[in-house]
Design a protein around this ligand. Structure first.
Ligand SMILES: [Zn+2]
Length: 288
């Protein structure tokens, strides 16, 4: 299967009661580890790319080329979307032009009316090319590439208006936070989630900040209409931890242990295990 939009995979997830993982990628190792694992488990996946990650990897076209070519080389058969994560207004159009198949326009820092107007423009441009769109209502706590929010709860009325634009999915703050969760975190707010779900007419909901939310809360959120869950920090922590252990054990000094194909392998294997665990938790195995 070619690289596809996220629309169909999320509607299927919404109807069948599971969630598709958005796994953020940073380079070749990340992309390969995720593609190999989702193929092994026959799960659909959304590869998330922040503007910062795209810049790091050499621009939007490099990202599309990397994903498309790895996808073909590895003979991936499951649905894969290339999704811009927290895109700016300009970045959304640039990623669309470069061949991304899904775009999150994050207008949460604009006043609501401007967020709404710009979201509609992004939807019109993306839908003309069969590309799916994610909008954000309110802001999500924590830090995403330098943008800091303070853990808000979305206004269900704003969610209703955004959902009615024809957007394919939307993110709304329900107490979730980007990055590591603080020890005094209050947990997800299921009352707000249920209220949002009631007024948004089955548009798939997205949960950002999937790292560190307890499994039972994740499953309850899925039962209340969350169809896409973003995972980013957890892979970074797993990669760093496994790489540190390899170096601390002196393995880079043994034989050709310094070869990047060996040095980066424990980290890649650790990321694969995180992806396997997430797919098991989200219920998307064998849903391709
Ligand atoms: Zn996010």
């Amino acid at each position: 299967m070619a690289i596809v939009s996220a629309k169909e995979m999320l509607l299927k997830a919404r109807n069948e009661g599971y969630a598709v993982a958005q796994i953020n990628i940073n380079n070749l190792e990340w992309t390969k580890a995720v593609l190999q694992t989702v193929e092994e488990l026959k799960s659909p996946v959304i590869l998330g790319v922040s503007e910062g990650a795209a810049k790091y990897m050499g621009g939007y076209k490099t990202v599309v080329g990397l994903v498309q070519n790895l996808h073909d080389f590895l003979k991936v058969t499951v649905p894969v979307a290339i999704h811009l994560d927290h895109g700016s207004y300009e970045g959304s159009f640039q990623a669309l032009e470069a061949g991304f198949t899904s775009i999150m326009f994050d207008g949460s820092h604009y006043a609501f009316e401007e967020n709404l107007a710009k979201t509609k423009e992004v939807i019109a441009a993306c839908h003309a090319k069969g590309v799916s769109v994610e909008a954000e209502v309110g802001s999500i706590g924590g830090e995403e590439d330098g943008v800091i929010g303070t853990g808000e709860l979305a206004d269900p009325e704003e969610c209703r208006v955004i959902a009615a634009t024809g957007v394919d999915m939307f993110a709304a703050g329900i107490g979730n936070i980007h990055g590591k969760y603080p020890a005094n975190w209050k947990g997800l707010n299921f009352e707000v989630l249920a209220e949002i779900q009631k007024v948004t007419n089955n548009v798939p909901l997205v949960l950002h900040g999937g790292t560190g939310i307890p499994g039972d809360m994740i499953q309850k959120a899925i039962s209340l209409g969350v169809s896409k869950i973003n995972v980013n920090t957890e892979l970074q922590l797993a990669f760093a931890d496994a790489t540190r252990k390899y170096i601390e054990a002196g393995k880079d000094l043994e034989s050709k242990g310094f070869d990047p194909r060996k040095l980066l392998n424990p980290g890649s294997e650790a990321m694969k295990q995180v992806v396997r665990d997430k797919i098991a938790l989200f219920g998307s195995a064998n849903k391709a």
